[in-house]
Design a protein around this ligand. Structure first.
Ligand code: SAM
Ligand code: DTB
Ligand code: SF4
Length: 331
């Protein structure tokens, strides 16, 4: 069994990342099969519960108030509407439901109390409930945990060195502090990043190095290809090639064997063959539904066809985490 290591060096990761792409895929596919069922891919659904008007300046993001994009801002959705969407997601085969809010950080106010209710409701449906709400304190993480939150998404986005080129309104250490607060509250950690933002290969390796040398690996690592949105500073970035996605996914799979590696944003510009290469490289999750948070995603029928053609099965919720499952789902 490939051992789980938290002492990877940048040099080792660089060597893996730069290895001949077919060897890299073969190695990743091998590690993948040691820890996962290679015919299973988890289907997750995203919902933007509060959209736009965000005070941050993340240069990729259509929800930042300072950029002029076509995103229609809305306040926090009513709980019943969110729960209805979660039910729909469950009925169409999703096992994880992630609620996103365009907030810099969580504040201790009525909106947060409403999000806690949403978390309770989604958890009681037997879905893995995830949130991505910006920065969190330890107390807020604990409140989310008590409400039944299963996972929290907070991306490093890029390397520490490249970070300042992308965001100026918060620091890399702020990001890492939130991840620590999430971990301390015993919530499953989801953290990854975006490629195609003008970063160098060294930055991609740097981000993976930070994730793989955390005291515990994130249980979930989303790999996003930038979805360039008109009005944002990164609108004109060229599309990343599938080989860059493959290198990123395969390297994440090899250095963090147990993690769910999620083929996240950017699928809308990939054909089935390209996505199949990503699954071969160790990706084992997708987001389904015709919208991610605000940008387009392949439609459900197209994804169903892909699952059929590739003989993939949708992965059940809470796999391999029986103890958490019992704790999370009230009988
Ligand atoms: N506001 C919270 C935060 O930033 O932590 C949560 C929501 S934010 C939209 C969640 C993640 O979506 C970001 O960290 C980023 O990695 C990803 N994202 C946002 N816009 C994107 C884009 N245009 N292309 C790819 N990924 C994007
Ligand atoms: C992640 O890494 N990717 C998902 C999820 N975490 C929240 C979101 C991607 C968002 C893409 C841009 C949008 O649709 O607004
Ligand atoms: Fe705001 Fe999150 Fe978008 Fe950054 S990524 S502008 S914090 S919604």
């Amino acid at each position: 069994m490939t051992e789980i290591r938290n002492n990877w060096t940048r040099e080792e990761i660089t060597e893996i990342y730069n290895s001949p792409v077919l060897d890299l895929m073969y190695k990743a596919a091998t590690v993948h099969r040691e820890y996962h069922n290679s015919s299973e891919v988890q289907v997750c659904t995203l919902l933007s519960v509060k959209t736009g008007g965000c005070p941050e300046d993340c240069s990729y993001c259509p929800q930042a108030a300072r950029y002029h994009t076509d995103v229609k801002a809305h306040k926090l959705l009513p709980t019943e509407e969110v729960l209805a969407k979660a039910k729909e997601a469950k009925d169409s085969g999703s096992t994880r439901f992630c609620m996103g809010a365009a907030w810099r950080e969580v504040r201790d106010n009525r909106d947060f109390d409403r999000v806690l209710d949403m978390v309770k409701g989604v958890n009681s449906m037997g879905l893995e409930v995830c949130c991505t709400l910006g920065m969190l304190t330890e107390e807020q993480a604990q409140k989310l945990k008590d409400a039944g939150l299963y996972a929290y998404n907070h991306n490093l986005d890029t390397s520490e060195e490249h970070y300042d080129e992308i965001i100026s309104t918060r620091t890399y250490d702020d990001r890492l502090d939130t991840l620590k607060n999430v971990r301390n509250a015993k919530i499953s950690v989801c953290s990854g990043g975006i490629i195609g933002m003008g970063e160098r290969d060294e930055d991609r390796v740097g981000m993976l190095h930070t994730l793989a040398t955390l005291p515990e690996h994130p249980e979930s690592v989303p790999v996003n290809a930038l979805v360039p949105v008109e009005g944002t500073p990164l609108a004109e970035q060229p599309r990343v090639s599938v080989w860059e996605m493959v290198r990123m996914i395969a390297t994440a799979r090899i250095i963090m064997p147990k993690a769910m590696v999620r083929l996240s944003a950017g699928r809308v510009r990939m054909n089935m063959e390209e996505q199949a290469l990503c699954f071969m490289a160790g990706a084992n999750s997708i987001f389904a539904g015709d919208k991610l948070l605000t940008t387009p995603n392949p439609d459900v029928v197209q994804d169903e066809e892909m699952f059929q053609v590739l003989n993939l099965k949708a992965r059940k919720a809470f796999k391999g985490e029986a103890s958490v499952k019992l704790e999370q789902i009230p009988l």
